[in-house]
Design a binder for this molecule. Structure first.
Ligand SMILES: [Cu+2]
Length: 165
């Protein structure tokens, strides 16, 4: 077996594993903004934490013809939205927020209206430090506003040391 086929085997093994569970990436507070009839695009938002660092390099959804990782920012007083070229960097152990007004997964060319309380399947593609690709399959709730941050706050409270000086 040469080096190249060894690497391919490793990549395939990684893919097979990630189809079952993705322990390296944590997803919290994921949601998709509900649309009105005729609306062709919307955003998906979540907090991503990559234990060992990763890059979010792509997205796909059967609900949308096109899904892209976008960044929104002010440019000379105008809010502009661009695809994040080369992928969104997820530093090891650092929570990266995809939220309205910032990074988001843009769902375009929507096939149908996304109504509140339905769900949208979303597949995210990541690469790790070695460039090995893995996919994460999610089902995102459709909502009109971000889910309460309380769950996330409670979570962090539990993992914080209880001792006080
Ligand atoms: Cu966008």
């Amino acid at each position: 077996m040469n080096v190249k086929s060894l690497m391919t085997a490793a990549a395939l093994a990684g893919l097979a594993l990630s189809a079952v569970a993705h322990e390296a990436i944590e997803v919290q507070n994921a949601w998709v903004r509900a649309t009105v009839k005729g609306q062709m695009a919307t955003g998906a938002f979540m907090t991503l934490t990559a234990k060992d660092g990763a890059k979010l390099v792509g997205a796909a959804s059967p609900a949308a013809g096109v899904a892209q990782v976008h960044e929104m920012k002010m440019d000379a007083g105008v809010m502009k939205m661009n695809e994040v070229k080369g992928g969104l960097e997820l530093p090891a152990g650092k929570a990266v927020e995809l939220k309205p007004g910032g990074y988001h997964v843009m769902l375009m060319d929507l096939k149908e209206q996304l109504t509140k309380d339905s769900t949208v399947p979303l597949t995210l593609t990541f690469t790790d430090a070695k460039g090995v690709e893995s996919k994460l399959e999610l089902k995102l709730p459709v909502a009109t506003a971000a889910p309460s941050a309380m769950a996330g706050m409670d979570h962090s409270k539990h993992s914080m040391p209880a001792a006080k000086p």
